[in-house]
Design a protein around this ligand. Structure first.
Ligand code: NDP
Length: 417
């Protein structure tokens, strides 16, 4: 099966490592903006796989550039592990060339000052009640196009979104008649030794974390100020950590796809140093996406900041500790209320030894490969735009165990108040 991977950053590097371990992928083209990164990775992996590896330069903001590459390579499936800014152009090119589409993050506009985008965004804020720059409406709007073309678009197969939604589908299938409460807990107990760095693309990460929080309750969104809701939790394998409620994209799809759910929240752990740096950068305007004039050049502050921060793909060697990411469910089985958690613990150094990347790239790249493999093999099939929780979770859960992200079930978890 021919796979085209777009992007060659931290997540892509892990996903491609893992695709090279899966015999379903016989030919893999690694394409990105900086082709030298693709060439270096292909060279590193060539002796470790039976898949034929090729590389290409592509501008994923341009449908023309994408379609020219896809027409030449003729992929069965395209894995988008570039940035959320490119989701729609890549989906359009897949439709034009008859390829399935897979990604790990929903569409986000790069230029949030664009008046056409802004008008739609402000209407959505009013209608839905949350102000995050990203939401599923843009990609769900492709439903009929993918259906008509007989193709699949699989959205959000990273860890969160991705595995956390598969955990939910698995819990519903095997442990509950109804799930009423879902708390998604994302704990990174890793230490990279820098005063401040982000674990994945800094621009996307800081835009997400500095935004208002929100959660879903009784059929509507409740929005909070950034970091307004804080809890402490004792994570297996990591220990006690402070965590904060964030808006997160899988809340939107789970609210749509899990019947009878009453509340969905997402918490992420942050250390005090990270928060102090982020607040300071925000207060001085360094997180702004609006271009400013500086000595005759136009610069976007958050993009300039990205150039100063450590590349997340370079953190692997120095990061020690573990991640613990999973979900706590409360619901009903055979008329009785019950609680359950499902989670994975991933060790930064083990991830680094295998792929050269830290656990955040690892925990995203492995599920990116799994979702892509399930589409490529036809085990997950159909036509249209899907979120991962809409498919049978069992083969995905088996592959998590097989490909380096083993999970655990706790039938007596501590709940979050
Ligand atoms: P990186 O910044 O490390 O990598 C992004 C890659 O995309 C780079 O290789 C970059 O090229 C390439 N790229 C960017 N713009 C273009 C373009 N216009 N044309 C072609 N290639 C382009 O990001 P990460 O690997 O950290 O993240 C990748 C994706 O994974 C993001 O969408 C992120 O949101 C998502 N993610 C999802 C998670 C989940 O759990 N669901 C968790 C973490 C991340 P260049 O090398 O030239 O910069």
């Amino acid at each position: 099966m021919k796979l085209l991977v777009i992007g060659c950053g931290g997540v892509a590097t892990v996903a491609i490592h893992k695709c090279c371990q899966n015999p379903i992928f016989t030919e893999i083209c690694i394409a990105s903006r900086t082709v030298s990164k693709c060439e270096a990775l292909a060279e590193k992996l060539a002796s470790k796989t039976n898949a034929k590896l090729t590389t290409a330069k592509v501008d994923a903001d341009s449908i023309e550039s994408l379609t020219a590459l896809m027409k030449a390579f003729q992929p069965h499936t395209v894995l988008n592990v570039a940035l959320p800014y490119q989701d729609l152009t890549i989906m359009d090119a897949c439709l034009a060339c008859g390829a399935n589409y897979v990604d790990t993050a929903n569409y986000e506009a790069e230029n949030t000052d664009d008046p056409t985008w802004r008008e739609i965004y402000e209407k959505r804020c009013q209608e839905k009640g949350f102000t995050a720059y990203f939401d599923y409406s843009w990609q769900w709007a492709y439903q009929d196009k993918f259906k008509k073309a007989g193709l699949i678009a699989l959205l959000g197969t990273g860890f969160d979104p991705g595995v956390t939604s598969v955990f939910t589908a698995y819990a519903l299938k095997h442990y509950f008649d109804e799930i009423h409460y879902i708390d998604i807990l994302d704990c990174n107990g890793g230490d990279h030794g820098y005063p401040f760095a982000t674990n994945f693309n800094p621009e996307i990460n800081l835009r997400e974390v500095s935004a208002n929080g929100s959660y879903w309750e009784n059929g509507r969104w409740i929005e909070t100020k950034p970091m307004e809701i804080k809890r402490e939790y004792d994570f297996d394998g990591v220990g006690r950590k402070e965590m904060y409620l964030l808006h997160h994209e899988e809340i939107e799809s789970l609210a749509k796809n899990i019947p009878n759910v009453k509340r969905i929240r997402f918490f992420m752990t942050f250390g005090q140093s990270y928060l102090t740096h982020m607040n300071c950068l925000q207060n001085v305007g360094m997180l702004s996406t609006t271009p400013v004039e500086f000595e005759g050049h136009e610069i976007v502050p958050i993009q300039f900041l990205k150039a100063l921060l450590p590349d997340p793909a370079s953190l692997g060697e120095r990061t020690v500790g573990k991640t613990n990411i999973g979900c706590i469910f409360t619901g009903i089985k055979d008329g009785k209320e019950k609680n359950l958690s499902i989670y994975n613990i991933c060790d930064h150094q083990e991830a680094y030894q295998e792929t050269g990347l830290q656990a955040i790239s690892y925990t995203t790249g492995v599920p990116a490969m799994i979702g892509t493999a399930l589409i490529a093999s036809g085990i997950w099939n159909g036509a249209g735009v899907f979120n991962v929780e809409e498919f049978d979770p069992d083969p995905y859960m088996d592959m998590l165990n097989q490909y380096g992200l083993p999970w655990q079930v706790n039938e007596n978890p501590v709940l979050v108040d």
